[in-house]
Design a protein around this ligand. Sequence first.
Ligand code: ZN
Length: 219
Amino acid sequence: MRYDEKALVVFSGGQDSTTCLFWAKKHFKEVIALSFAYGQRHANEVEIAREIAEVAGVEWHCLDAGFISGLSHNSLTDMSISVDKEKPSDALPNTFVPGRNMFFLSIAAVFARERGIRHLVTGVSQTDFSGYPDCRDNFIKSLNVTINLAMEEQFVIHTPLMWMDKAQVWALSDELGVFDLVREKTITCYNGVVGDGCGECPSCRLRKKGLEEYLSIRK
Ligand code: ZN
């Protein structure tokens, strides 16, 4: 598959979206990366995203979406709430930022439209499902229809990681030749530690489990 078109990657500088950035570079003629400053716990995420985009050689933009952090209370944007160590059995984890992916993709679509881009790429996955409803395939498909109706366009939202577990995402980054870059430069940790992270938070544990699985079968 090689599209003769441009794509926009919604880009946080984490493992998943960085893998998607390089996936997009392989499959599209030209790629731009779009990050959001939304009052996230670790402001260095935006700087890290910028640096990775530079290494990838793609045009990078960052939009202010700070209103998102003011809309709800969650541990990713409110420093007074500590990150849930375990996912509660009867509720969404407190790292859930309500509406985040809906806002990001909707804004990204308008941004892309202005540039004549109709392919949007996002690193969401429902396999290692953290309990975020806006990472699920049915939500993405539904939003795709909605933004097309909203703007009378033919956007295609690509979700290359949707059915991959974390070990498979590591394998994909290796296939794309960016395993070391993803391992060393990306930020996934809820405590803001780059690369292998703090090792303790739910995000680090998921990433580490996948990494160990992948390393055990890596040739
Ligand atoms: Zn961590």
